[in-house]
Design a protein around this ligand. Structure first.
Ligand code: ADP
Ligand code: MG
Length: 498
């Protein structure tokens, strides 16, 4: 499959950009002078060569972030001034929405139409929403009772202060949006940042760096080091000058981050994997539930940590529903993301393509039957068919492990108790979907599901206002909403004896 649409001028600019590291407000080469290639997954061809930052560059970036935090204009700005810069960042994202959508489409593979309709506006909105928090981070007054100081009077209050220099490591599935999720709360709280984008998709983060400077963000407040996880990422997670590390990615690497953070006991927040159940009761609006199940897994090629990967259908409607989802899978228009009619693009990389097709092979060996798909699509490009697997058993690898591709496994259930047990039988707990017209059943089940997000009669609804994150091995802490701010704040008690 070839790319139908010509590549934007802006993307060509990046193809010669070895000066991708943003350190103290300047775009620089890596200290080593090395670059690495980022590939267009729709063609397998090299898209751009980007500076390959390593531990030395991370160290330079951390020092710049420290200076900006301790001395720079950033720490002396009023919350209102910080909020206005953040608003301008959101505005500039929307002014450059077409270009940013194209960068994410080319780098990640996702459909351009979806990047333009979802990723980019969500990223802008995250900055606008968090800009409002900058002026609303107040502590409180407290009346202490101190039994061993009878008669003493106090005036006590709490302050909420930025945690300091923050390291942020993000994945490749929503390149710009994941940068926004991370940067928004860090900037609202007054922290300074070293951001490491995923090596598969560094382009839009670098462009965002340019836009943030244009918006008036002072030098050193956000530093961006492109490079590999094992080198640049690991150096950031272990760096003693970093006060807090925020990570989104695989559970496997999340555990490495948590270990690396023990050196200086930096604060850690983790948004990790999932194996989310999407649950359809017999009394659901079945056509809507079928469409929701298909969207829940095929959106963004299934490369979504909260993808609805385990489809549980009440026994008496099982055949009807899975046939419906299989029909929807066969109708998905797969192609290069740049094509206007593409609904699902290629997987992000050869590695990811091999991971997903490896799971398809394991499923076949275990006797799983593909009602739709089940195979790779002939290249070039890393395309895999939208796949619906049945005849699975609860302990099959494809039922237990995160595939991170367009593969759904379907299992039947008898009643609510059977369902709740099966749905919660996972080491993950990121999200869940429930389809029923019985509102009491939906709310009762929402309480029983061990998941950070429960969607009822819908799926994949995200908003800057809604906290997002996981139970169990899906992570520590929450992204977005008011709740994420606590990841970036220290609380200080001040006690004055009167
Ligand atoms: P995937 O395997 O699907 O690419 P990862 O969890 O490996 O997902 O990647 C998510 C992010 O974590 C990327 O930015 C990647 O560079 C980074 N990363 C990978 N390995 C490490 C590591 N050992 N230490 C720190 N960051 C890492
Ligand atoms: Mg990895």
């Amino acid at each position: 499959m070839a790319i139908a649409t010509p590549v934007a001028e802006r993307t060509r600019h990046f193809s010669s950009s070895a000066r991708a590291l943003l350190i103290n407000g300047e775009f620089e080469q890596a200290s080593s002078g090395k670059t690495f290639d980022t590939v267009n997954p729709a063609s397998g061809e090299v898209l751009a060569s980007i500076a390959e930052g390593d531990a030395q560059d991370i160290d330079r970036a951390v020092r710049a972030a420290r200076r900006a935090f301790e001395d720079g204009p950033w720490s002396r700005m009023t919350p209102s001034e910080r909020g206005r810069i953040m608003h301008r960042i959101g505005d500039l994202i929307m002014e450059h929405a077409d270009e940013l959508a194209e960068l994410d489409c080319l780098d990640n593979g996702k459909p351009l139409t979806i990047a333009r309709a979802a990723d980019i506006p969500l990223a802008a909105d995250l900055f606008w929403y968090m800009a409002g928090w900058a002026t609303k981070l107040n502590g409180g007054t407290i009346n202490p009772s101190v039994p061993y100081m009878p008669g003493a009077e106090f005036h006590a209050y709490s302050l909420r202060e930025p945690v300091g220099v923050v390291g942020q490591i993000i994945p490749w599935n929503f390149p710009l949006l994941m940068a926004a999720w991370k940067l928004g709360p860090a900037l609202a709280t007054g922290c300074t940042v070293v951001l490491k984008p995923a090596e598969q998709t560094p382009l839009s983060a670098v462009r965002l760096g340019e836009l943030m400077l244009e918006a008036g963000l002072p030098n050193g407040v956000v530093n961006i080091v492109t490079g590999y996880g094992e080198t640049a990422g690991a150096a950031l997670a272990a760096h003693p000058g970093v006060d807090k590390i925020a990570f989104t990615g695989s559970t496997e690497v999340g555990k490495l981050i948590a270990k690396a953070a023990t050196g200086n006991l930096k604060k850690v927040s983790l948004e990790l994997g999932g194996k989310s159940p999407n649950i359809i009761f017999s009394d659901a609006d079945i056509p809507a539930a079928i469409a929701g199940a298909a969207m829940g897994i095929f959106f963004n090629q299934g490369e979504v940590c909260s993808a609805g990967t385990r489809l549980y259908v009440q026994q008496d409607r099982f055949d009807e529903v899975v046939e419906g989802v299989a029909k929807a899978a066969k109708a998905v228009k797969v192609g290069p993301g740049m094509n206007a009619d593409t609904e699902m693009g290629p997987l992000v990389s050869r590695e990811q393509f091999e991971r997903v097709t490896g799971y398809l092979a394991k499923g076949e060996q275990a006797g799983n039957r593909a009602l739709a798909g089940g195979h790779a699509i002939d290249g070039p490009g890393y395309f895999v068919e939208p796949t619906v697997l049945v005849d699975t058993k609860p302990d099959d690898v494809v039922v237990r492990e995160e595939i991170f591709g367009p593969v759904i496994v379907a299992l039947p259930f008898s009643d609510v108790d059977d369902l709740a047990r099966q749905a919660n039988d996972s080491e993950y707990g990121l999200a869940a979907g429930v389809w029923t017209k019985d509102i009491s059943k939906a709310h009762k089940l929402a309480k029983r599901l061990k998941a950070g997000t429960v969607w009822v009669n819908t799926y994949n609804v995200y908003s800057a206002e809604l906290p997002f994150g996981g139970f169990k091995q899906s992570g520590w802490g929450r992204e977005m909403g008011e709740e994420v701010l606590s990841n970036y704040l220290e609380t200080k008690s001040v006690i004055v004896q009167l």
